[in-house]
Design a protein. Structure first.
Lengths: 107, 190, 664
């Protein structure tokens, strides 16, 4: 595939922006968590675009890009698990997953 | 031809991502996310990251999405009745703010991409036999320079497993923590 | 003239000021112990030990002063004792060093001797006071500072002592500070002194920049050389400024207003500080720098005029005082005026002679007054006394001796010293003749107020209820020093018998080496001859002085013997005059109206403007601003994740934009 790296980055940017918008605008906690996953994936794309560019430029390959992405995937999984567990615990208390009602009352 | 495939996959990703954010039904959102992940996996494959493409499907699609789906189902989020009672309208300020931030983030990122000079490699984007993430090389990296992060990640996974089980544990109806009163002091309601 | 002194390598001179300083520290420590015990409600019996320590320290200082005196008399030469360099800066070095010469040894003898007697007296007078130990700590500290003043061989050491005695004066005047007016009196003394100190400092600066040294030997030596051609105006200005400083310390016009108020302190304080020692510092300073003043004849004339005026004004004010200590306070100011009069006509040794005799009889009078006040249970109004000679015989006898000396009755010490001053003034001719006339009138007034005081206090019928007041004689701790001082007041004249008695003038001979440079400079003005009188004129003057003293004593005694009648009659006949005189010619009131009140008003206005409005406003304003802003900012911590996300995302975007703009 000879798609220039810029296009990959643009794709990542769009995905990130969409994820950010979802994170800020949706009230449902679970959708918010999913938006976070989207943002993380956008970051992964950037890592790999860089790895690909470097490999093509220098002629040899570095493991750093893929390794980074591996760890990001692992941590994203962990984060999703913990977040969802919290959601479940919260739901048991408040019977809702809407952010508006889950936020603690302010002063 | 292969490049066209990339743009198709990219379009899939974007559309599905929009679907995640826009859907009213959380179950729909989950499925849209899955579609987005598939698109991304395809892009990884096209770029030469075979291992990661597999991992993406396995972990994200097979584990995380399943988890999300479980939770959505568990909390009855797919039920239209529940949905209707939970919909809250965003206030105009919140909407405007969110769109502004997301829009400016997009603008900034795009501007950054446009301004950066990324040289085109002469012979194109090639990858060696085994792809840009060969298992042997990855393993050598994992157990070489990145062994600390690797071990840390394992601990993290273990901790998370325990933590999640603790967090999501169903509370007993008979509270087991309440001690028998030793004195005659009356206790308030729990 | 060799202006450099060689260090003698002996360190015992340092014991003279060091022993009282040590005494002060120990007594002060005891005071804290007393306080601690009192807080624990246990027996506070450590206090008398403080008196013992202080008296021992004084005795030690006196013995070492005596040693210095005897060493000098044996012809050892001036003893210089340097401790270390204090301010070494290139060309100009200030050292901690003491110099025992004829003048300083005499002063130390007076200070430690009279001081020792007063300490013994105070041990009895202050008995039962809560701050007994503290009192002796302060007294010893004062003596240490005064000794530093007179023993130092350079002006900076003198100034340290100068300031130190000012501080101790403040502490001791306001010793019973719980009475607000006493604390105010202490503050007034300190502030007025400060004005003099400013002049002193300016004078020192001029001398330091001119001579590059502040050692007395260096200054005096150079001045003697310069005086051959007449001193430059800068040095005359320095002399004037130093005299200004002397006015503050020695309570001359215009800076005398603090001394009558200083009677707020306990009587031993008045005796020691405001009669015998501190107030004489100004006289000492002028005598110490006699070449400088001798070479500035206009300043000398001014000194004489101020001294004479002060003597007269204070003397008339003493005539109308009802407070026993008030009479003595104004009398002190008046007698100090005499000393400055003497300085003004170039009779430096006469000034010192009067300083010594005045120390004897004024201390005696103050201590006697203290005894009276003690016996009368803190009553100080003479109109409420009377007939005490039978109740307090020892006090009465000694008080008589002091009064005789003060008024200049023949053959008393005060007679000789005062007449010597007047004779010197008469001999000067010209302006000093006017000063002589004022001095003569003041001598008459002195006799008048002295014997008025004696008559009102000790004679006549008791103007109080004997059965309720019970005046009693004081204990031996208080009366013994009275007797010693009485002997000195009577016999002290032998120190300076006039020439016509065909006896050596011991004091003048003793001080001659110190005063020689000044005398020579003065002689230049008179073509090489010091003015002197024929023996006949001297006898006439002596007789005149005796007659005036005896006559006025007689008049005043009989006018007031029977009671307050003539006092009150004067008041009714001349109410304004009586009022003005009793207030020291209204000078203090004028100060209050013209200086103190405007300054206080300005201070209040500035305080309201700058301190309250500006500084407080700014500081409080910052605080209020922080509070308000904090409230506003705290509202974003509302627990709503949505707003958190917005703010974080927004901030991140802003930062990213800035970063890209900068082009990192």
């Amino acid at each position: 595939m000879n798609v220039p790296s810029e296009h990959l980055l643009i794709l990542a940017a769009i995905l990130f922006a969409i994820g950010l918008g979802g994170f800020l605008l949706r009230r449902n906690v679970i959708v918010v968590l999913m938006s976070i996953e989207l943002m993380l994936n956008a970051a992964n794309i950037v890592f790999l675009a860089g790895a690909r560019q470097h490999a093509s430029e220098s002629g040899h390959w570095l493991p750093d890009g893929p390794v980074m992405v591996t760890f990001v995937i692992a941590v994203a999984a962990v984060e999703a698990a913990v977040g969802l567990a919290l959601v479940i615990a919260l739901f048991r208390r408040k019977q809702t997953v809407s952010l508006d009602q889950l936020s603690p009352t302010s002063d | 031809m292969v490049d066209l495939l990339f743009y198709v996959a990219a379009a899939l990703c974007v559309l599905c991502a929009l679907g995640v954010v826009v859907s009213a039904n959380p179950v729909q959102s989950v499925l849209m996310l899955l579609g987005s992940f598939v698109g991304i996996s395809l892009i990884y494959l096209l770029a030469g990251f075979q291992f990661l493409a597999a991992i993406q499907i396995l972990v994200y699609g097979g584990a995380i999405m399943v988890l999300f789906l479980f939770v959505v189902m568990l909390l009855n989020q797919g039920d239209p009745a529940v949905l209707a009672s939970e919909q809250g309208l965003l206030s105009k300020a919140q909407l405007a703010g969110g769109l502004a931030v997301a829009g400016s983030a997009l603008a900034l990122l795009l501007a950054a991409v446009v301004r950066t000079e990324i040289p085109r490699p002469i012979f194109g984007y090639l990858w060696p036999e085994g792809g840009l993430d060969p298992l042997v090389g990855m393993a050598q990296a994992m157990f070489g320079p990145y062994v600390l992060a690797f071990e840390g990640a394992s601990v993290l996974l273990l901790t998370t497993a325990v933590g999640v089980m603790t967090l999501a544990k169903r509370q007993r109806s008979k509270p087991s923590v309440k001690a028998a009163p030793l004195s005659s002091t009356t206790e308030g309601s729990a | 003239m060799d202006t450099s002194l060689v260090d003698s390598g002996q360190f015992w001179p340092w014991l003279i000021p060091a022993l009282p300083l040590l005494g002060a520290l120990l007594a002060g420590g005891l005071h804290f112990d007393v306080l601690r015990r009192r807080k624990n409600n246990s027996d506070a019996s450590g206090a008398p030990v403080a008196a013992g320590i202080a008296i021992l320290a004084m005795a030690g200082a006196f013995l070492f002063s005596l040693k210095g005196f005897l060493a000098l008399r044996a012809g050892d030469g001036i003893i210089l004792s340097t401790a270390f360099d204090w301010i070494p800066t290139g060309d100009f070095t200030v050292r901690w060093s003491l110099m025992i010469d004829q003048l300083s040894s005499l002063m130390t003898l007076v200070v430690t001797g009279v001081g020792l007697l007063i300490h013994i007296y105070a041990a009895g007078y202050m008995k039962g006071d809560a701050g007994y130990a503290k009192f002796f700590a302060y007294l010893n500290l004062f003596v240490a500072m005064m000794l530093m003043l007179v023993l130092s061989d350079n002006m900076v050491g003198t100034f340290v002592g100068w300031e130190g005695v000012g501080l101790c004066s403040y502490l001791l005047i306001g010793f019973w500070y719980k009475d607000g007016w006493r604390a105010e009196a202490a503050q007034k003394a300190f502030v007025v002194n400060r004005i003099g100190d400013a002049a002193f400092l300016l004078g020192m600066f001029i001398l330091a920049t001119t001579f590059g040294s502040l050692d007395y030997s260096a200054i005096n030596g150079e001045v003697s050389l310069l005086a051959q051609d007449g001193l430059p105006w800068k040095l005359s200005l320095a002399a004037l400024l130093l005299f200004g400083g002397a006015c503050g310390k020695s309570a001359q016009i215009p800076l005398f207003v603090w001394l009558p108020d200083a009677m707020a302190g306990p009587t031993p304080v008045s005796a020691l500080i405001h009669a015998a020692t501190m107030v004489t510092s100004g006289v000492y300073l002028v005598v110490r720098l006699n070449p400088l003043f001798a070479g500035a004849p206009m300043v000398l004339t001014l000194i004489g005029a101020v001294g004479a005026a002060t003597a007269f004004v204070a003397g008339t004010s003493a005539l109308r005082q009802r407070d026993l200590k008030g009479v003595l306070a104004y009398s002190t100011v008046s007698q100090l005026g005499y000393m400055f009069l003497a300085l003004g006509v170039g009779a430096f040794s006469s000034a010192i002679f009067h300083l010594v005799t005045h120390a004897f009889f004024k201390a005696l009078l103050f201590l006697g007054a203290g005894s009276v006040i003690h016996g009368m249970h803190q009553e100080q109004d003479m109109h409420k006394m009377g007939g005490l000679k039978s109740h307090m015989p020892k006090t009465f006898i000694t008080f008589l001796a002091g009064a005789a000396a003060l008024s200049g009755l023949p053959l008393m010490s005060g007679f000789f010293s005062k007449d010597e001053i007047l004779a010197a003034a008469f001999a000067g001719g010209g302006v000093s003749l006017i000063l002589w006339a004022i001095g003569l009138v003041t001598a008459a007034i002195t006799a008048l107020y002295t014997w008025r005081m004696v008559a009102l206090v000790f004679f006549g019928k008791e103007r109080f209820d004997v059965n309720s007041v019970h005046p009693h004689e004081s204990g031996s701790l208080m009366t013994t020093p009275l007797f010693v001082l009485a002997i000195l007041s009577v016999a002290g004249g032998v120190l300076g018998l006039p020439i016509v008695f065909h006896a050596p003038h011991l004091l003048a001979e003793w001080l001659a080496p110190v005063l020689e440079p000044g005398k020579q400079i003065l002689a230049l003005a008179h073509d090489g001859h010091a003015p002197h009188l024929s023996h006949l004129v001297e006898w006439i003057l002596l007789g005149l002085g005796a007659a005036i003293a005896l006559g006025c004593a007689h008049i005043a005694f009989h006018a007031h013997r029977e009671g307050t009648a003539s006092d009150l009659a004067f008041e009714t006949k001349n109410p304004e005059l009586a009022e003005t005189l009793s207030n020291a010619w209204g000078i203090d009131r004028a100060y209050k109206r013209l200086l103190v009140q405007p300054i206080m008003a300005a201070a209040a206005a500035l305080s309201a403007l700058f301190d309250l409005a500006l500084i407080d406003g700014t500081v409080n304003g910052i605080g209020r601003f922080a509070e308000r802003t904090g409230h506003k900012v705290a509202r974003q911590a509302n627990g709503h994740l949505g707003s958190y996300g917005l703010i974080i995302g927004g901030a991140a975007c802003v930062l990213a934009a800035v970063w890209m703009w900068i082009g990192a």
